[in-house]
Design a protein around this ligand. Sequence first.
Ligand code: GRG
Length: 337
Amino acid sequence: MSEAADPPQLLVEKHVAFIQGLDKKQDELEYWMTEHLRVSGIYWGLVALGLLGRGDALDRDEVVAYVLGCQNADGGFGGHTGHDSHLLYTMSAVQILAMCDALDRVDAERVVGYVAGLQDRATGAVSGDEWGEEDTRFAFIAVAVLSFFGAEQRLDVAGVVRFVERSMNYDGGFGSGPGGESHAAQVYTCLACLAIAGRLDVVRRDRLSAWLAERQLPSGGLNGRPQKLEDVCYSWWALTSLHILGRPHWINRERLAAFILSAQDPAAGGIADRPGNVADVYHTCFGIAGLALAGFDGVPLAEIDPVYCMPRAVVERAGLRQWTQHVPAAWHAEETE
Ligand code: GRG
């Protein structure tokens, strides 16, 4: 009779070394191909390190100086020094500064003015940048970034909520905008936006919870929409959505954790989208975040905030309002475990 295999381990030191090494790959094409989203890369790396209890593994002063150098005259942040401003990188920059306890180093009024200026007051929708692409991601980011500065009132939040509501589908899910196909990552942005706005009451909770639970495939991994392959990143987008809905137990979290662990690169560290693929910092972040949400206890992981996607301790230090204060009263009545 063969002996039972050892349970898979989370390769903490390998992942720390993988993230630390990302900045040293300047002779590799991938380094330059990802230049436009470097600020988000640092955010993903810092979240992963923070959850692993190794937030000090990157040089804080260097990170803060680099990120501050990505702010433009319009108040927004680009993905790298000298790149045009975009909400995606403004969000990552603010989150990095929060994780580095350096939010006070940025001129808040300039950031707030940039973000508030991207809302279309007629429709409530928010653009990602000056070119006008609207998306539920940007609705969330606008509300979230302003919440770091206690400045949500600089937006028409009711208008943002109306835009998010118009992006809701018959299956309870949300797309990138009105008429867009439901997608688990967009679902997260909409739920997180509604959670900060205190408007989770607009959600079709039962339908959406069932749709999210159907994202789990026989491998244990989650996909982002029907008929698609599983991908480690949905361990965050879909499971955190179920957390916000108070129903993380609607999927099998042990099997999800096993899937995430099987996508680790045991040699070079990092986590890939699926077992056997090349690891990257995005999937490393959302894989470890998924493990933290799934209650993986193979190693101690810091608690993660389901709305802001940062260690909960950072959310508390930054003085951000706890989203759970706004959960509709009817949701509290249900057993969650
Ligand atoms: C604070 C975590 C955090 C994020 C800020 C930018 C943002 C807000 C959220 C991004 C949400 C989003 C739409 C992510 C994209 C996820 C993804 C893997 C999309 C790929 O879509 P397809 O069609 O993949 O290539 P599928 O899996 O559907 O085949």
